[in-house]
Design a protein around this ligand. Structure first.
Ligand code: ADP
Length: 352
């Protein structure tokens, strides 16, 4: 029997991890993680390959058993409840659709397993097609006739069919091309808003996580390095590892010289932070010498990104990215040297 351990925590889709640990031999793939995920939250775990994301999400979904720790859903201990008896569902990267069956049969699969009658299943499947923005006539179509994006939507509809309290996603978009991924990121966020369910998502892309999530955990070697809102993580990365996940950011190492601490490769005064790293966002590094730290850099490339212009630059071995808004200078010639600058106040300092 399942006994509620915390009658106060009655939110159905709230998930609590208490010291969750999974070991493979001597390796702690998930190392003593405690966390509360709120009902209706979109929570994303970001980390490089091998950091333990899949193991963690498989523990949460009941596909793996922890060596230590416990898992509570809505205040009820579900640590020992097998995956198929949990009110949760998972969308895999492979999607695992049945290719020899119709879209409708795929969506209805879990309902059929539960013995729901065909007429009720059909009504539910048609509802779900609408929810994931697919036309009703897809019900009869074979999944082999569907595009990559449509298959994603079918997999989501199938996961939602049993009305789970939590949906887990294991890198569902990572095999898709860039444009389709961007579209589906927005669709996933909207689907989350429409369903109000708890989503737990894993990805190696912090950019993807930023677009969709309420909160993000950055994972490394089985542990969370940082946990916060997308804004927290973007504005205050806790260390160089997290900052390095932020795509285009510039990371300036500070080294001691005879003239005092200077940015390695830039040879500009860096105040008194030798040994630390300064994170400089591309939009804070601008053409001209308005900022307090200015230097000459060679412009390698100019890229138009809608309303912004991005420049790739280098100073000796150091490569940098500058991003200028619509009102800024957008006419710098690649192949030439230009003056660039930033303000010290725009830097975020991180440790190794
Ligand atoms: P990620 O999803 O972040 O790529 P994983 O959770 O797949 O990371 O793996 C974390 C670590 O656990 C890796 O070092 C991986 O080799 C190891 N690992 C994962 N599954 C197993 C397993 N079934 N047996 C042994 N080691 C495993």
């Amino acid at each position: 029997m399942i006994v509620p351990t915390d009658p106060e925590a009655s939110a159905k889709g709230a998930l609590s991890l208490r010291g969750l640990t999974k070991q493979y031999g001597a390796l702690r793939a998930v190392d003593d993680i405690s966390l509360d995920i709120g009902e209706g939250e979109f929570f994303t775990i970001v980390g490089p390959s091998g950091s333990g994301k899949s193991t963690l999400v498989r523990l949460l979904a009941g596909l793996e058993t922890p060596n230590a720790g416990s898992l509570l859903l809505g205040g009820t201990d579900i640590t020992q409840v097998p995956a198929n008896r949990r009110p949760t569902a998972m969308v895999f990267q492979s999607l695992a659709l049945f290719d020899h069956r119709s879209v409708g049969e795929n969506i209805e699969f879990s309902l059929k397993m539960k013995g729901v009658d065909p007429a009720t299943r059909r009504v539910r499947a048609l509802d779900l097609l609408g929810l994931v923005r697919l036309p009703e006539d897809y019900y009869e179509r074979s999944v082999t006739q569907c595009s990559g994006g449509e298959r994603q939507r079918i997999a989501m509809a199938r996961a939602l069919a049993s009305d789970p309290e939590i949906l887990f996603f294991d890198e569902p978009l990572s095999a898709l091309d860039y444009r389709l991924r961007k579209t589906l990121e927005i669709e996933l966020r909207e689907l989350h808003q429409r369903t109000g369910k708890t989503f737990v998502y894993i990805t190696h892309s912090l950019e993807e996580a930023m677009i969709m999530s309420d909160r993000i955990a950055i994972m490394r070697a089985g542990r969370f390095v940082q946990l916060g809102t997308p804004r927290d993580i973007y504005q205050r990365p806790i260390n160089r590892f997290v900052a390095g996940f932020m795509g285009e950011v510039n990371i300036l190492a500070v080294q001691d010289t005879e003239q005092g601490p200077r940015y390695a490769g830039l040879d500009c005064d860096a105040g008194s932070a030798a040994g630390a790293y300064a994170v400089l966002r591309p939009e804070a590094l601008l053409p001209g010498d308005a900022g307090d730290t200015a230097f000459d850099a060679q412009v390698d490339q100019r890229m138009l990104l809608g309303s912004r212009t991005q420049y790739q630059l280098h100073v000796g071995e150091l490569r940098l990215t500058s991003e200028v808004g619509a009102s800024g200078a957008t006419d710098l010639e690649p192949g030439r040297s230009h003056r660039f600058s930033f303000d010290r106040t725009a830097l975020t300092w991180v440790s190794e």
